[in-house]
Write a protein that binds this ligand. Structure first.
Ligand code: MN
Length: 302
């Protein structure tokens, strides 16, 4: 398979700085070698943005911090993702904070809409990222990206890249949720997203959870984007993330999840976000991110 690696060294969407170094940390942890070992070709590898660090920029809007910068960066990313899909390549987007999902999903949606494909998003995250400017407690856009992709929120975000709603919220499937704001939860219910929270996973078991997700993918979608926020993993394993929250997936669980997703043959793009080397221990979170990508791209133990 041809792969385009798109690096988004940007942390405008988050309070904690440092995830702008995520792509570099994953590169150092051997991402390219891992992908090549699996027999894939990296036909492009670049960053579609050239931005100054958050510390040098203005916040612009307290309810949507760094809005113009994020919109610009995500427009560039959307264009590059679109080009990858057009060339039959797999866009692998490296964050950066989760606000970049706005750009990834916009680019994918633009191509899949033309082809009339049922486009699903598997959102692997401790958080809902389903706030709007009205409900946000922080003004951080990484907490709004999925709501905006589903058509909720302010126009600069919902109409980013193209006017249309990017993804049908009923084709969004969350796994690993464990922190959702009250108002955010209301909107998620209204939008009818599918959810398997950590409590659901504990009730029915991980194997059954994965089975339900795979069944959903097979019956409801033609093509799937996998968005992995590293904070879904328990900080015991992955300490290098912006918002560490106990009670997450184990390293083994997320690897199994990736293997099962790969087997559906419907995953045509992915992004790995919120690797924060400043908070990491000996780059172990970035190393896990590399292993996660490997399993999603067909790697197996035996
Ligand atoms: Mn997130």
């Amino acid at each position: 398979m041809d792969i385009h690696i798109l690096e988004m060294p940007l942390d405008y969407g988050a309070n904690r700085h440092g995830s702008d170094m995520g792509p570099s940390a994953m590169r150092l942890a051997g991402l390219k070698e891992k992908i090549q070992q699996l027999g894939h070709n990296i036909t492009r590898s670049f960053s579609p943005i050239e931005f100054r660090p958050q510390e040098y920029e203005e916040i612009y809007d307290e309810k949507a911090k760094y809005l113009p910068l994020i919109v610009k960066a995500c427009n560039n990313l959307a264009q590059s993702v679109k080009e990858a899909i057009n060339k039959n390549a797999f866009p692998l987007v490296l964050g950066g904070d989760h606000s970049i999902a706005l750009g990834t999903i916009a680019g994918l949606s633009s191509e899949y809409r033309k082809k009339n494909l049922r486009f699903g998003v598997v959102y692997i995250d401790a958080h809902g990222d389903f706030n709007t400017c009205e409900t946000t407690l922080t003004g951080n856009i990484h907490g709004m990206c999925l709501a905006a992709s589903c058509g909720y929120g302010i126009k600069p975000l919902t109409e980013l890249f193209e006017k249309e709603t990017k993804v049908d919220s009923e084709l969004v499937f969350y796994i690993g949720l464990r922190d959702v704001d009250p108002k955010e939860r209301e909107l998620m219910h209204k939008a009818k997203v599918k959810t398997l929270t950590m409590a659901d996973i504990d009730r029915i078991g991980f194997t059954e959870s994965v089975k339900q997700l795979i069944k959903f993918i097979k019956t409801k979608t033609d093509v799937v984007h996998v968005s992995v926020d590293m904070d879904v993993i328990d900080p015991m394993f992955a300490p290098g993330v912006g918002i560490p929250l106990p009670g997450g997936l184990t390293y083994r669980e997320i690897l199994l999840l990736m293997e099962e997703l790969a087997k559906t043959n419907k995953v045509k793009s992915a992004e790995i976000v919120e690797v924060n080397p400043v908070l990491d221990v000996r780059n172990q979170t970035a190393a896990m991110a590399v292993e996660i990508v490997g399993r999603l791209l067909g790697g197996t133990i035996y």
